[in-house]
Design a protein. Structure first.
Length: 421
């Protein structure tokens, strides 16, 4: 009986010697003194890597200490059984067993101390990682806020300039009216030639829309009038003036309604209309303001379509006026008109296509692509026998943006915007 116990005890002592050596080797990988010298806030410190390394080390220490302690428990049982079976042999093992328990106490203290220190460092590193993440996000938000403030300052500067231009236009209008008043008394009676060709006037009326005073529609109206009437040498000047008045209404007609129909007054009327409605800077500012006042879209596909189409309408009108829309303040306003999900899609497309600049041209193309995909997914999900029925409050329109065909289900208000050249 005693021999079996001795064999078991010897085997356990050999095993625990190996486990003690493995545990000490692990404890020597990082000492408490080494950890105390560690500066977590020093430049170049990778807290994420430290957390990963130290977490693995803590797990290893705990596992090896648990294995050591389990073997120690078995030795204790065998040592107690040997005392009952053969006290003399038991006494021979006493010095070795006493030293083993002393080593076990030291290993427990070292393990607990190192595990506590490593755990504390991991907690601090996690806090540093969280703080750095918040700082990075704050910097990004601050950068966006700075760009937005710059855009607002730039817009206010243009608005102030626009007010001055409008004031100059009103002053010029007053001067022109005073000149007309001076000529009114001596103006000859209207020539019968003004209405000498009713068929020709009727033709003009069918080709031209009326202009009521919406400054954003002036350029479109005048381009058509100029081609058909103003630059047509076969049309008498008085006839040009008559046709011009026939195609004005509202505020625009009131502006020149008091002019007698004469050759000289046609030039004055034209100059007055140009002074009031033909200033490209004023028109551009109105388009900028329309962009600023455009309500942000929701994730509803119809809302995305309406906002995107309206925005592209304004941007293309600005481009026709010679305005540079590929600037930061426009890019920031575009982002402000769409939900965060659209912004994330644009960022993902930029990463995919390696476009780190996020230019306004790229942003517009990416948003157009996003809305096309939304529309396609909605179309496939909604294909039913009744899917060909279109609501009376909406109109299906086919347009082209940047050479890419786009089919939108949009409101009649947006259709009106699209018709402006």
């Amino acid at each position: 009986m005693a021999d079996e116990i001795v064999d078991t005890l010897d085997r356990l002592l050999r095993t625990i010697t190996k486990k003690k050596a493995a545990l000490r080797l692990t404890l020597q990988e990082k000492t408490v003194q080494d950890l105390e010298k560690l500066d977590l806030f020093a430049p170049g410190t990778n807290c994420t890597s430290l957390v990963s390394t130290f977490t693995i080390l803590v797990t290893s220490i705990k596992d090896k200490y648990a294995a050591f302690n389990t073997t120690l428990g078995k030795i204790t049982v065998a040592y107690r059984d040997l005392k009952a079976a053969d006290p003399d042999i038991h006494k021979q093992y006493k010095p070795q067993i006493d030293q083993l328990f002393d080593d076990a106490d030291d290993l427990e203290i070292e393990s607990d101390s190192l595990v506590s220190k490593l755990t504390a460092i991991c907690e601090v590193c996690s806090s540093v990682i969280s703080m750095n993440s918040k700082v990075a996000k704050s910097k990004e938000l601050l950068a966006l806020e700075c760009e937005e403030k710059k855009a607002i300052i730039e817009f206010n500067k243009k608005a102030a300039h626009t007010q001055q231009v409008e004031a100059d236009a009103r002053q010029r209008e007053v001067e022109l009216k005073e000149q007309e008043s001076q000529r009114a008394a001596s103006a000859p009676a209207p020539s019968p030639a003004a209405n000498s060709n009713p068929g020709q006037l009727k033709l003009f009326k069918t080709e031209l829309d009326k202009f009521s005073g919406n400054i954003k529609e002036w350029q479109s109206f005048w381009d058509k009038f100029e081609v058909n009437i103003h630059s047509n040498d076969s049309v008498p000047v008085i006839t040009k003036f008559t046709v011009l008045k026939d195609h004005l209404s509202g505020e625009a007609l009131k502006l020149i309604d008091n002019f007698a129909i004469t050759n000289e007054n046609y030039v004055e009327a034209f100059n007055m209309l140009q002074a009031r409605y033909g200033n490209k800077q004023v028109i551009a500012q109105l388009h900028y303001k329309s962009i600023q006042d455009l309500p942000p879209a929701t994730m509803d596909p119809t809302s995305l379509d309406i906002t995107h189409t309206s925005l592209e309408c304004e941007l293309r009108s600005l481009e026709r006026l010679g305005e540079d829309v590929n600037v930061n303040n426009i890019r920031m306003q575009i982002f402000g008109k769409f939900p965060h999900e659209v912004f994330e899609y644009v960022r993902d497309r930029a990463d995919l296509e390696k476009d780190s600049i996020l230019s306004t041209v790229f942003v517009r193309k990416a948003i157009t692509k996003y809305i096309e995909r939304k529309r396609e997914s909605l179309h496939f999900a909604a294909v039913t026998p009744s899917s060909s029925i279109v609501s009376q409050t909406s109109t299906l329109v086919s347009i082209s943006i940047s050479g890419v065909p786009v089919i939108n289900l949009i409101s009649k208000t947006v259709l009106k915007c699209i018709k402006v050249p």
